[in-house]
Design a protein around this ligand. Structure first.
Ligand code: BEZ
Length: 226
């Protein structure tokens, strides 16, 4: 399936695929199961920014577990390379990588998810074939894509921000709320515009009206999935 003919948008079903990973073969949808998933690509094994990023993700493992999120990395290298690189990541960052990394040396999955780098001419393998950019897909248990990000090879991502979006999405799925700029888990939320004032009085007692279209409430106790 060509990604040009079928762009992956918010609301698209994440394409299913078979893959070899550092934790054995997977079928992506079975791997997700009833969890949320974060599929993220990084340009290549044994590269500096990627080595720091995967250390950060490994350190956040408990936070992903608490939110019922399975994390899975991908780079366009083979399993042998991934296995060796994980030893470096663990050593350099003083962590233990517990999430799988997909081996995508033939770029089948990177192509399916439109992850290949078309602009950075330093982000190529020895044959001149592009590696991936730093893509992120947040996928819910129905396999729907809920967030997409694409960062250049030169810029490491902020994984706290990705967790923050997961918190907002999970909270918004369970409650009729949205979250303001720079919101973080525990801060006041915004009453969804579709909620009338009469309904809001019942659902969000004590809600605060700043403008008729801007109403704040304390964060519902129904927290993002544990
Ligand atoms: C890096 O991870 O450091 C990197 C990878 C590819 C291109 C540029 C930087």
């Amino acid at each position: 399936m060509s990604s040009e003919r079928n762009p992956l948008r918010l609301g698209s079903i994440a394409p299913n695929f078979d893959a070899q990973t550092t934790q054995g073969p997977i079928k992506f949808h079975d791997f997700i199961g009833n969890s949320w998933a974060i599929l993220f690509s990084h340009p290549a094994d044994f590269t500096p920014v990627c080595t720091t990023e995967l250390g950060v993700v490994a350190r956040l493992q408990t936070k992903f577990d608490e939110r019922n999120v399975k994390v899975i990395g991908l780079s366009a290298n083979d399993l042998d390379s991934h296995d060796k690189w994980i030893q470096d990541i663990n050593e350099v960052n003083n962590v233990e990588v517990k999430f799988p990394i997909i081996a995508d040396a033939d770029r089948k999955i990177s192509t399916l998810y439109d992850m290949l780098d078309y602009q950075d001419l330093t982000n190529l393998d020895a044959k001149g074939i592009p590696f991936t950019v730093r893509s992120v897909f947040v996928i819910d248990p129905k396999k729907t894509i809920r967030l997409t990000l694409a960062y250049p090879a030169s810029t490491g991502r902020n994984f706290d921000e990705i967790l923050r979006v997961v918190d907002s999405l999970q909270l918004g799925d369970k409650n009729r709320i949205t979250t303001p700029a720079n919101w973080k888990n525990g801060d006041d939320v915004i009453v969804h515009p579709s909620v009338s004032n009469d309904e809001a009085a019942k659902i969000f007692p004590g809600f605060r009206t700043v403008k008729p279209y801007l109403r704040f409430a304390t964060q519902p106790t129904d927290k993002p999935s544990a």
